[in-house]
Design a protein around this ligand. Structure first.
Ligand SMILES: [Ca+2]
Length: 484
């Protein structure tokens, strides 16, 4: 009897020492840093030559953490990825089947959902979102954002938000702080100019955003918020950078700093803002107890026009492979639109200088944090139905980990499914005879550039892919594929 109690105790102790259990006071802070339109190859650690750009802060983050080389977004445009990050659910399960949330569109997330920030609150966290929201406001399509906005980001479990409503160049031209226009002086609306797309600005009587100051504004608002918290208060910050989405306008102090023109400077601006957040954590003694996840919302945007005046083309012409050596870019169904840099860093807790080639996605951040910090306490299947924790891949890199099938969707709403070494792309516009509209199948192990369509020869794989796609459209991923 005595012996069996002893054995029991040994088992208990070994279980606890093998898993990370965070007590209330030691719960790690979390910063999810999502750069905008930031391609796979846009940092040194993912292949960019130092002669062109320098990204020391991202490099260091990877060297002290885990760098994923097979990380993907669920959308090749902004909104689907951001929706999935907040909810752990594919955006095409909502009414948004293609494109993105437009300037006057209502809120996409159902306020009843247990979002990632709400889940973090349930663990005792203070939560904030600073930067690009792009998930809509209010219950219905609106004419303006005057008055109290409902729903606003703060209705999704965010204690604080300082939001760029849609994009760096959106026509709102103001920030939304919590549920109001930041600094609003009166209800007068006076459109006064043209935006990048030729639309008029809204003309709210509030401080207008200065485009080249946005990165500085977001960094300082984030630091201000973190500073306002008690040092022992665990926090979750979703830092949604506005760079490197066009217009390509690096902060004034970054101009001319890279050897790849304004686009290179803008990339370095992202790296600098990450560095500023890290410097703050270090000063405050919080660095070691903070998890930082660095990723992007979709691949880099390569202009269709090849003229060299475009900063992106100037950088590409210099030899910068914005999206690495992959096909396509933002908006497209090709991997260049989905493959992103993805770094997970938690000093001394998660392996240093490791590279992982397992498939992970930004949609998995929710389930990972719930698993890593909360031991899945209080999380039901329907809360993050398409999200899978990759904790095992981080903490036990030698153990086999294979993510269940992952669905991508492009700007037009066309879907692709990535599974068991294959990528299947569904047929588009049945009536057209364009080769690119046919269904396509690529081997992910032999054909990383998606050049040889095997749909006609690998018929059994195509049948399986279609079966998977048709199932996942009606049922949640977790109903079909349990966590492995
Ligand atoms: Ca984007």
């Amino acid at each position: 009897m005595q012996r069996s109690i002893k054995l029991y105790l040994i088992i208990i102790v070994s279980i606890f020492s093998n898993s990370i259990i965070f007590s209330q006071s030691k719960k790690p802070n979390v910063i999810v840093f999502i750069a905008d339109d930031f391609g796979y190859g846009s940092t040194n650690i993912y292949g960019a030559q130092e002669a062109l750009i320098k990204t020391p802060n991202v490099n260091k983050l990877a060297k002290e953490g885990v760098k994923f080389t097979n990380a993907y977004t669920t959308g090749s445009v902004c909104t689907p990825t951001r929706y999935a990050l907040m909810t752990g659910q594919y955006s095409w399960r909502t009414k948004l089947k293609k494109g993105v949330v437009n300037m006057n569109d209502p809120a996409l997330i159902d306020v009843k959902r247990k979002t990632l920030p709400k889940y973090m609150q349930s663990l005792g966290y203070k939560t904030a979102m600073v930067g690009k929201w792009h998930l809509g406001f209010k219950e219905k399509k609106f004419n303006n954002l005057l008055g109290n906005i409902y729903p606003a980001p703060t209705d999704y479990g965010l204690d604080y938000s300082f939001a760029l409503p849609n994009n760096l160049d959106d026509g709102h031209k103001v920030y939304i702080e919590n549920n109001k226009i930041y600094g609003l002086r009166s209800d007068k609306i006076s459109p006064y100019g043209k935006s990048f797309y030729g639309k008029q600005y809204k003309g709210y009587d509030a401080p207008q955003r200065v485009t080249e100051q946005v990165t500085n504004d977001l960094t300082s608002k984030s630091i201000e918020w973190m500073k306002s918290l008690d040092k022992d208060q665990p926090f979750f910050l979703y830092y949604a950078a506005a760079a490197v989405h066009h217009p390509i306008v690096p902060s004034p102090q970054m101009r001319g700093k890279s050897n790849a023109g304004a686009y290179g400077d803008f990339i370095q601006d992202i790296d600098r803002s990450l560095g500023d957040l890290i410097a703050f954590l270090e000063e405050r003694g919080l660095r070691e107890n903070t998890i930082i996840i660095f990723a992007s919302d979709n691949g880099g945007d390569i202009p269709r026009k090849k003229n060299l005046v475009m900063p992106e083309n100037f950088a590409i012409n210099k030899g910068l492979q914005i999206n690495g050596n992959y096909k396509g870019d933002k908006h497209t169904i090709w991997d260049g639109g989905f493959r992103i840099p993805f770094i997970v860093n938690h000093p001394k807790k998660i392996g240093e200088d490791k590279t992982s080639n397992v498939t992970v996605s930004t949609i998995d951040i929710y389930d990972f944090l719930a698993d890593y910090i909360g031991n899945n306490k209080g999380l039901d299947f329907e809360d993050a139905p398409d999200s899978y924790s990759f904790k095992k891949a981080l903490l036990k890199p030698n153990k086999f980990y294979e993510r269940p099938p992952l669905v991508h969707r492009d700007a037009q709403g066309r879907k692709a499914i990535r599974f068991e070494g294959w990528k299947f792309i569904e047929e588009k516009n049945k009536d057209t005879k364009r080769k690119m509209n046919a269904e396509m199948l690529f081997s992910l192990t032999k054909d990383k550039k998606e050049s040889t369509n095997l749909a006609k020869t690998e018929t059994a794989v195509v049948i399986k892919a279609k079966d998977y796609l048709s199932k996942v459209i009606v049922k949640s991923s977790k109903e079909i594929w349990k966590n492995n």
